[in-house]
Design a protein around this ligand. Structure first.
Ligand code: GCW
Length: 672
């Protein structure tokens, strides 16, 4: 699993390989510089792998050659017009004649775009696609991983070992894995990494660490990847010995300006900061009676001369406020629309709660037209069975991206909010909380790499389908045989809905075990904190179950545009996948299937369990076809997933039965 989707195994079909070979008699990179060198190294690795023998580097040019460079290179200058109109780092793969020789040219206006073009070309070879003309450019600008990595190398919500960043041996020892990390990211268009946890430690801003950060930045630079850090808001107190971190205090502002100037002496292309403030105990501007905008703008102003940005998180809630937790971010941030400096992005989780198996899209998408919004997805599976359960997340990402906010009438999907087209923003992006650690296979579950891959691909192009992305990943990573690909793809695509069914069906949410968020615990009641209580979210009682967020309840729905409200507000109309998210529903309510809610709940849990059993059967058919060790690993993990799906079903149904006081319907077994 170490090589990820960059295995470059030999193209299995000899006819396909021969067709490619005819078009690839030689190759040359006609640009110079660190990125051009990276391209050469990648091709020297990839082409012999794919074809079983090297393809000559033909510096002088040959007929049927591959020519790679930027449009500044005189040889490719005639292609300048083809790339000139593309978004930054876009590229073109085109058939042309160069110095009279039949050629395929990969060209971009930038070095990084050239590298992306090469990875795209390699993907075509790896997935057996024709070498047709391609013109591709990213739909968002900041395509960034957030590592919740601590300086002691533990990873918050990390299930794939310890942090990749070996702070102890940095800066002098450069683990080759840093390069492989950069290759993998560049191959899917990821161009930023926030190295540290949003629950931040100010120490990373001290020279001792900045040296180490610089070393990583130097490794990543040729791959087009910028480093970012998390800024602990109280750093002026902790590091600067100031009595306050008030963002309007002059000394505090000066302290940050000096600190930022210092950072840029180490890392001239430093990307900027991600900030979690006034959330879950983190310090922030509200400690001083200031707003999130005051806090973000102070940092943004200091970063602005260096073109750095601030990604200010909107994941805020206060357990002492009786308000529905899902309403709190909107309450805080909506009034600040238009108050942030242009180099601030407000980073909003995909849903209003916290990375649940299913949530409606966050109401801030569509509510802050004057603010650049950066969606945050979580690749690490905090609430999704960690790295133990198989859960391919592209369908979850897509559901959010495709959701219509109606902000400018019908046809205003989240994807167009975040790619800037809806409200004419140029600072755009997509953030993913990384699922990467130092496990040999990077992501813990051998198939969880698909989520890293899918995130990058969708950040580049949110129009790609989860199925296409899965297909690519499987072909590059696991197998080229169409039938095998089809089986694994079907498995991956079903996992999202399956998990929803055995964990949180029909709109249930946050009924996971306290704090660790693994396994069922709908009974959890924390006396201190309403919002850390499962009971708070499901609200089961003698009448029914579900959180009434309609206009009759907390009116969280009121934060959406009217057509969205209309879709969900009426219990009879509300799509059943969100029913218990938005409504408290009587146990005997008749569902679309004709069953009562209670029976439907029971059947849905059972369906979830049955679907895991089907995945096991599907996977069994691949015995002897996919790599043996991989097969054994996934078999064991699926067995755990099955066992735990039954645990979820039994625990939740037994618990909820105390309220419904109804028997389990036929077909749903009594817990052993
Ligand atoms: O999902 C929750 C996690 C916290 C995390 C927080 C956040 C980094 O339980 O561990 O803290 O969200 O996103 O800030």
């Amino acid at each position: 699993g170490y090589e990820l989707w960059l295995k470059y195994t030999r193209i299995a079909d000899p006819t396909v390989a021969a067709t490619y070979r005819r078009q690839l008699q030689g190759w040359r990179v006609v640009s110079e510089g660190a990125t051009a060198e990276v391209v050469r190294t990648e091709l020297r690795r990839a082409l012999p792998g794919l074809f079983g023998k090297a393809i000559p580097e033909a510096a002088g040019g040959v007929n049927h050659q591959l020519v790679i460079g930027t449009s500044q290179s005189p040889l490719l200058a005639s292609l300048h017009n083809k790339v000139a109109g593309l978004a930054a780092d876009g590229f073109v793969i085109t058939h042309t004649r160069i110095q009279g020789k039949e050629s395929i040219a990969i060209v971009s206006a930038t070095e990084t775009g050239m590298l992306y073009g090469v990875f795209h070309f390699l993907r075509l070879l790896q997935t057996g696609q024709p070498l047709a003309e391609v013109s591709s450019a990213p739909k968002t600008k900041v395509r960034i991983l957030n590592h919740w990595d601590n300086l002691d190398r533990t990873v918050e919500r990390g299930y794939a070992g310890f942090s990749l960043w070996d702070w102890h041996k940095l800066p002098d020892y450069l683990d080759p894995r840093y390069t492989d990390y950069a290759r993998a990211n560049a191959s899917i268009g990821i161009n930023g990494a926030v190295l540290t946890n949003v629950n931040a430690n100010a120490l990373v801003l001290t020279p001792m660490y900045l040296e180490k950060v610089r070393a990583l930045a130097d490794v990543f630079r040729p791959y087009g990847i910028k480093v970012y850090l998390t800024a602990r808001f109280s750093a002026p107190i902790e590091l600067g010995n100031l009595p306050t971190a008030d963002p309007l205090n002059k000394e505090v502002r000066t302290w940050w300006q000096d600190k930022i100037r210092e950072i840029y002496t180490y890392i001239p292309d430093f990307g900027g900061f991600t900030v979690k403030a006034n959330s879950e105990g983190q310090p922030g501007p509200q400690n001083y009676g200031r707003t999130h905008a005051d806090g973000a703008n102070m940092l943004a102003e200091a970063l602005q001369p260096y073109h750095g940005i601030v990604m200010w998180r909107a994941f805020v809630y206060d357990h002492q406020v009786p308000e529905d937790r899902t309403r709190q971010a909107y309450n805080e941030f909506k009034p600040l629309d238009g108050k942030f400096l242009p180099n601030v992005m407000v980073q909003v989780k995909n849903g209003p709660l916290d990375f649940q198996p299913r949530e409606p899209f966050h109401p801030l998408f569509g509510a802050m037209p004057s603010t650049a919004l950066l969606p945050e997805f979580q690749l690490t599976q905090e609430y999704l069975g960690f790295a133990t359960h198989l859960f391919y997340q592209a369908p979850l990402f897509k559901e959010c991206l495709d959701a219509d906010t109606y902000a400018r009438g019908k046809g205003s999907p989240v994807s167009n909010v975040i790619d800037g087209t809806l409200d004419q923003h140029t600072l755009t992006g997509m953030a993913g909380v990384a699922n990467i650690g130092n496990d040999r296979n990077w992501c813990g579950h051998p198939l969880a790499q698909a989520n890293w891959y899918a995130f990058g691909r969708l950040a580049w192009d949110h129009q790609l389908s989860p199925s296409t992305v899965a297909d690519e990943w499987i072909r590059m990573t696991l197998h080229q045989d169409a039938a095998v690909v089809q089986t694994i793809r079907a498995m991956l695509l079903a996992t999202r809905e399956t998990t929803v069914r055995y964990m949180t069906p029909l709109g249930l949410h946050h009924i996971m075990g306290w704090n660790h968020h693994y396994g069922p615990a709908p009974w959890i009641k924390d006396k201190e904190r309403a919002d850390w209580t499962s009971v708070y979210y499901h609200r089961a009682d003698a009448q029914g179950i579900g959180f009434d967020r309609s206009s009759r309840g907390s009116n969280a729905l009121g934060q959406y545009h009217p057509p969205v409200q209309a879709l969900y507000n009426d219990l009879q109309q509300c799509p059943e996948s969100y029913l218990l998210w938005f409504h408290h529903v009587p146990w005997n309510h008749t569902m679309r299937s004709g069953r009562t809610l209670w029976n439907e709940l029971c059947y849905t849990y059972q369906q979830g369990v049955d679907s895991v059993a089907s995945m096991q059967t599907q996977w069994k058919t691949l015995h002897g076809k996919v790599d043996g060790a991989l097969h054994t690993q996934v078999t064991s993990l699926l067995a755990i997933q099955y066992q735990e799906a039954t645990w979820w079903r039994d625990a939740c149904l037994l618990y909820f039965q105390q309220f419904s006081k109804q028997p389990l319907p036929t077909g749903v077994p009594k817990p052993a």
